[in-house]
Design a protein around this ligand. Structure first.
Ligand code: ADP
Length: 682
């Protein structure tokens, strides 16, 4: 260790500051060197705790002996015990031999140290090290010398602070690049005057431009656009960015330097100063993967929609095709029931009929579903008696309920208007499903159907229908799904038909189409209550009383039955004859017109879908042709599998008088004839 002669402290400090540069570690070495020179220390040291504060290391030293250990345990060292722990004040030790550090600090004995002057180096709010000078002789330090080491230690503190800020800046810069890379987003700035561009590494990577070159100007980017349309789009966007302070975004296809085609999304915004764009800042994102997924999704969606349309069409076609032969079977079975049968035969036929009707329900459900999904279902608005519908639904199901030992009851509040306007057939379907489900899922106990008014005005009535059972209930987790087509909750009771899982979905859609709402309350093993609230118009004209007419006979007429399906034709003809009528048949519209020209018919039953000439056209011709034996106003009854409102409207517009849905219910046929007879007599 050697003594140094030094210049005056002020001149020394000036010289030091003029030499400090931008690298904190170099600066620290310069400060430590200046400390040794200015304070005449045998040796100057900056001892710093390492990051975990576990060791004390010599970060920088001037005139230090070669064998000075690089790091040591902090305990015992003057720097640690006196200076660092001493916090924000100088430590002045004229003779170390007078202190316990002579024993605790290993360097004291090793190097024969006698004097010590130190000051803590701080980083933010704590001391992290000590700047000190040591000497080999006892020494009294002047106040100036103490001030000087404090100043120099603070200069080291500033360098430490600078190092920390530089580190943090570098870390956040690394993070930004990393994030840009992960998000495939690059950044750019542009000078609005020269259109020169600076770009981030990620932007250059997306464009496959070498980082040494970088994207230099807007023109280079425009030249990468795949089509002239893309280029015009990009140029127009830049124009807008330069004139409008709002951010602009566009998506264009580009061909990169490496000839790869990519989709990029560019966002840019100008910063305006004094009404002029001063600088443009923006981002550029590689969205090729996203575009690819978007295209695939679109394709998949189109395929799914196409499949769904095909499914609906298939369901509609199938349902229709299956209904026609089923009509034949139903007709024949009904007819067979009216012949002389043994008890055993009667039972078989009845079971056959029951199964046919079950099958028909499933087919109707499928047809309904496809119609609802295609938005093609329209509702009728015709007079209906709620009490009659409820009564008939309960009567229809009571047999099954009784068999199960379930008590089925219903009540209709007397404040409900006698006659309402709505779609009776659909309401029937809704109630039949709900009460049917209640029976299906109630092993014993009771089912109750209540109808009460929610509100009523002169023209409107909102009705609440409640179907309550004491059955198995629906688990909470199944409540949402049971309205989805084909979804089912708990298994139905033993020995019961499983069902299709279509019912509730259709019911809810029908209720919604009627402008109503449906909700379910259910508790497992306790029971289920379904609430349906539907608005109706009040039928002010009231209903025709048909009960008297029902007693009239429906025979003794000459009828023409126009029907192309031989089985349906035979069954219906046989029935009409059985109740005392003379029946002629025609297989299509042309034959029907010929028959009407040759004979006088009291009533014509007209199928709608027929070869040659369909039912609508035939009706129109009959209505228009004067002078035939059959008068132009002969009642014409449509008989068709298209059973809903829109079809009825079509028939009535063509001049038909009434409507009988297929499969033909002979009772209904009889009733229509009875009404016609009654009206004819008036
Ligand atoms: P399906 O009766 O043909 O299975 P639905 O759509 O009518 O189809 O009903 C769906 C499911 O909802 C049924 O499978 C059943 O699990 C449940 N569910 C409907 N009504 C009731 C009820 N009253 N009690 C218990 N569960 C019911």
């Amino acid at each position: 260790m050697s003594q140094h002669r030094s210049p005056s402290p002020l001149a020394g400090l000036n010289r030091l500051y003029s030499r400090l540069g931008s690298d904190p570690d170099t600066n620290i070495a310069l400060i430590v060197g200046a400390t040794a020179a200015l304070l005449h220390g045998a040796c100057a040291l900056f001892n710093r705790l390492d990051h975990e504060d576990r060791s004390l290391c010599t970060w920088s030293a001037a005139n230090a002996p070669d064998d000075l250990p690089e790091r040591d345990e902090p305990e015992g060292h003057i720097c640690f015990e006196a200076t660092i722990k001493g916090q924000d004040k100088p430590v002045v030790i004229p003779d170390i031999q007078d202190t316990h550090y002579a024993q605790t600090d290993p360097n004291v004995a090793r190097y024969g140290l006698r004097s010590y002057l130190g000051y803590p180096v701080r980083l933010r709010d704590r001391a992290i090290g000590a700047l000190c000078i040591v000497g080999l002789e006892p020494r009294d330090f002047s106040e100036d010398e103490v001030d000087l080491i404090s100043t120099l230690a603070k200069a080291v503190s500033l360098e430490e602070e600078r190092k920390l800020i530089t580190d943090q800046f570098r870390t956040s810069q690394d993070m930004v690049s990393q994030m840009q890379r992960l998000a495939t987003i690059g950044g750019w700035t542009m000078d609005p005057e020269t259109r020169s561009v600076t770009s981030t590494g990620e932007l250059d990577r997306i464009l496959d431009i070498p980082p040494t070159e970088g994207l230099t100007d807007a023109e280079t980017f425009f030249s990468m656009c795949v089509s002239s349309r893309d280029r015009r789009k990009a140029q127009a966007a830049l124009h807008k960015i330069l004139s409008d302070p709002a951010p602009q975004t566009l998506e264009v296809r580009i061909r990169t330097r490496a000839n790869a085609e990519k989709w990029v999304r560019i966002t840019g915004q100008s910063r305006f100063e004094n009404g002029r764009p001063a600088v443009v800042l923006g981002s550029l994102q590689d969205i090729s993967a996203y575009k690819e997924i978007e295209a695939k999704l679109k394709e998949a969606k189109e395929a799914a929609e196409q499949a769904n349309r095909a499914k609906s069409q298939f369901l509609a076609n199938m349902s229709h095709e299956v209904r026609t032969p089923l009509n034949g079977v139903l007709g024949m079975l009904q007819l067979a029931l009216r012949t002389d049968l043994s008890e055993e035969q009667k039972e078989y036929v009845e079971i056959g009929l029951h199964s046919c009707r079950g099958l028909l329900t499933v087919i109707n459900d499928l047809l309904d579903l496809s119609k609802i999904e295609a938005g093609k279902l329209t509702l009728a608005e015709e007079p209906l008696r709620l009490a009659d519908i409820i009564g008939s639904v309960c009567r229809g199901i009571s047999h099954q309920a009784t068999e199960q030992g379930v008590q089925l009851s219903y009540a209709v509040d007397s404040r409900i208007p006698e006659s309402l306007l709505g779609d009776g057939a659909r309401l029937n379907q809704i109630l039949f499903n709900l009460v049917g489900n209640a029976v299906k899922f109630t092993p014993g106990g009771s089912i109750r159907l209540d109808v009460s008014p929610v509100f009523r005005t002169r023209t409107q009535a909102r009705v609440l229908i409640t179907v309550e059972d004491t059955g198995v209930g629906i688990p909470d987790e199944a409540l949402d799904r049971i309205f989805e087509p084909f979804e089912q909750g708990s298994a139905p009771l033993a020995n019961k038909v499983r069902g299709t899982g279509l019912g509730l979905g259709i019911v809810r859609k029908l209720v919604e189409l009627m402008g109503g709402t449906l909700s379910i309350k259910s508790e497992q093993d306790k029971g289920t209550t379904v609430y349906v609230s539907i608005p109706f118009k009040v039928d002010e004209a009231g209903l025709l009383d048909v009960s008297e007419a029902a007693r009239e006979k429906a025979g003794n007429m000459r009828l023409l039955l126009v029907e192309d399906d031989p089985v349906n034709q035979a069954a219906t003809k046989a029935f009409l004859e059985k109740i005392g009528n003379v029946v002629d048949t025609a297989e299509n519209g042309v034959e029907a017109l010929e028959a009407a020209r040759a004979n006088r018919y009291d009533v014509i039953f007209m199928d709608l879908e027929m070869p040659e000439m369909d039912g609508i056209e035939t009706t129109r011709r009959i209505r228009e042709t004067q002078g035939m034996p059959t008068p132009t106003d002969t009642p014409i009854i449509a008989v068709t599998a298209y059973a809903f409102a829109a079809d009825r409207k079509r028939c009535l517009e063509a001049g038909m008088d009434a409507f009988v849905p297929k499969p033909v219910d002979f009772k209904e046929l009889e009733q229509v004839l009875t009404t016609i007879r009654k009206n004819a007599r008036r």
